[in-house]
Ligand binder design. Sequence first.
Ligand code: PLP
Length: 424
Amino acid sequence: MHNSLSERDQQVNWHPYTQMQTAPPPIGIVRGEGAVLYSEDGKEYIDAVSSWWVNIHGHAHPHIAERVSQQLHTLEHVIFAGFTHAPAVELSERLLKLLPANQSRVFYTDNGSTAVEVALKMALQFWFNQGINKTKIIAFEGSYHGDTFGAMSVSERSVFTRPFQQYLFDVAFLPVPVPDQEEAVLAQLEKLLAQEDIAAFVFEPLVLGTAGMVMYSPEIMDKLLALCRERNVVIIADEVMTGFGRTGKRFACDYLNQEPDLMCFSKGITGGTMALGVTTCSHQIYASFLSEDKTKALFHGHSYTANPIACAAALASLDLVEAAEFQENLTCISSSHSAFVKSLVGKPGIKEIRQTGTILAVEFEVDQTSYFHTLRDDLYNLALDNGVLLRPLGNIVYVLPPYCITSAQLNQVYGVIEKMRLFV
Ligand code: PLP
């Protein structure tokens, strides 16, 4: 008699963001198709969070599988210093055509955290290479940009960062310009920018994911960015979560008039097939690294930088992003979310409902003192018991579905949220 995957896992693996002593056994998944995950004990789960927001086209997409398979038989990897290959060249060419017009170069890494890490290094070295002393970074309160040290530094200080606090660099945090705070935040930014040493502003455009899908308007972001532009502050848009359709347009920055200097991507870029991160930049940023002096180069890179299989997966994912039905699917999910939001308005148990494109968040009204810390796990288990994978953030449950999700599956997800409302 063989032990289950779940049992074997518990002997050898250490899972992310998991208290291994008290967490329930992991669920062994043997197969995925479309929006559904199939477990070793015969259960099915609708992946309503696209497995940490990456599987934008659903699981085991045949077009991506085919392209990756071809690439595996052609070139699996080659060092990316001094060498190049077709998937990286083609991916950069195609990506740059979709991004704001000022984006002119692509730098490859392995995940969202390192895409941000590279953007921070580029912004700081942009000033350093010019001999200008600008070293301070502005970020939004509540933001999450990853868990490497630089990315942690520009993220909300929390239990995630507490043990490392003394090693994180100092950042100026700005409140999120949610609707009733817009003017105050503008004034606060203006004050911050009066300091001479502000190097860059890093932000999650339109939606702060890990903060609980906190949303703000493109209009206010444009105003904040216009101020940064006036004061020569490098603008870094972290589109790791919002990129590739999440907000209803291809990129959240497509809602903005201001163009960022640097952009970070990962998650949806390969449709969840391979780990890949990308930082893109304007010519102005790139040009500051060009010199006869070799020490002005960007000293950053990873063994797997621009892995051809990851790039091939991203190219296949881009085919799907550029297909006509992509936008139709986004619109369909957005309208479906909007109808559900309407149905919830005024119902007991609901504190706030937020939506931007395919991103939906429902914040439940709960008594913070009595019940708050067990609530998240109760809601998580309630969803699993009903065949849906949702990962609540405290009293906030959010939906970021694969774009191939069917109406019936979406209705099942909404049904679970309705059950949660009655439960809290
Ligand atoms: N930036 C944003 C906005 C994110 O949401 C995340 C992950 O959730 C990251 C960066 C870090 O990405 P990764 O988990 O791939 O390192």
